[in-house]
Design a protein around this ligand. Structure first.
Ligand code: CO
Ligand code: ZN
Length: 324
């Protein structure tokens, strides 16, 4: 879990993925023949082989806030990077890339109808001038949190999607295959699946597998879906961005059965993931997706089950090894 913690804590709001990219690059170095970043910032780790060209994709960016305006009084106004509504960020610490720490606050009179424009970040500056010594308009920050193991579960900020980056690094480490494999850690997923498509366009994979987190259906009054924490890795059928390729989906199901990997089927009506951007690239890419069920998505206390993470590692590894 040390590696997962390190990945969750690394800085990387959409468009500012340099730090998390460097952390993953270090981890992937032993398992790739070449590693490079493309012009979108996607980190591409290529393990050369003579078989099928497989692209695995996990987004490495996280949600956050961007400074839009600095008040004369030194308070910062901010915009959401991806879906980070005010009730998720207020009363939390945030951290900027240069280490500046702030707290997210609001005026009590706006409590009933809290809108992003009424939220501000206090970095302890007494004036605009003082604030500008630490941050500028356009700077990004992310919410800070704890990393905790709670029985079978793990809770942290940014498990979306560092938990999948973790699973992909583990799979790469254990993979025994002569396929031509691209492990791609994509950028800007949280602002509209922007990095993955261009990466797939360039790589032209025979098959793509996307790894991300998905909504659970097992808290007391949540919208119903069949996904449970601890119920196994989730094989995606559909979300708002994709209906996965039947051939890949069936292959994932049979591999899970053959290898005794617990799995559940994923059908959700909202949300999208990189598979949505990848499958329509060029003449179309045969694309599947494997998800890790998660509670409290986009909060600073995202929660996942450790056995689901392990089952995800096993299934994506099995897919790479069994594809010919
Ligand atoms: Co997300
Ligand atoms: Zn995600």
């Amino acid at each position: 879990m040390e590696l997962l913690k390190k990945l969750c804590e690394a800085f990387g709001p959409s468009g500012c993925e340099e730090e998390i990219s460097a952390v993953i690059k270090e981890e992937m170095r032993p398992f790739a023949d070449e590693i490079y970043s493309d012009s979108m910032g996607n980190l591409i780790c290529h393990k050369k082989g003579s078989g099928k060209k497989i692209m695995y994709a996990a987004h490495m960016d996280e949600i956050g806030l961007m400074v839009t305006f600095i008040e004369e009084t030194g308070y910062l106004r901010c915009a959401q990077i991806g879906y980070l509504p005010p009730h998720y960020s207020i009363n939390r610490f945030v951290k900027f890339e240069n280490g500046t720490v702030g707290v997210v606050a609001y005026e009590k009179e706006h409590e009933a109808n809290l809108r992003q424009e009424k939220v501000f970040i206090d970095i302890g500056a007494k004036s605009k001038e003082e604030a500008e010594k630490k941050v500028s308009v356009g700077d990004c920050c992310c919410v800070m949190s704890h990393f905790a193991i709670m029985g079978d579960k793990v809770a942290s900020k940014t498990l979306d999607n560092r938990v999948s980056c973790y699973a992909l690094i583990r799979a790469a480490k254990e993979m025994k295959s002569d396929n031509d494999i691209y492990y791609v850690f994509t950028t800007q997923e949280e602002v509209g699946l922007r990095g993955a498509g261009p990466a797939a366009f360039k790589i032209e994979p025979d098959i793509a597998i996307c790894i991300d987190v998905t909504m659970n259906g097992d808290t007391p009054e949540c919208g119903k879906n069949s996904l449970k924490l601890g119920g196994g890795t989730a094989i995606k059928v559909m979300d708002h961005s994709v209906i996965t390729g039947l051939e890949v989906r069936n292959k994932l199901i049979s591999l899970a059965k053959e290898n005794d990997i617990s799995y559940q089927m994923e059908v959700i009506t909202g949300g999208g993931t990189d598979a949505g951007a990848i499958h329509t690239v060029k003449g179309g890419v045969l694309t599947g997706a494997v998800s890790i069920p998660m509670r409290y998505i986009h909060s600073a206390t995202e929660t996942a089950d450790i056995s689901d993470i392990e089952n995800t590692v096993k299934l994506i590894k099995a897919f790479g090894e069994a594809t010919h």
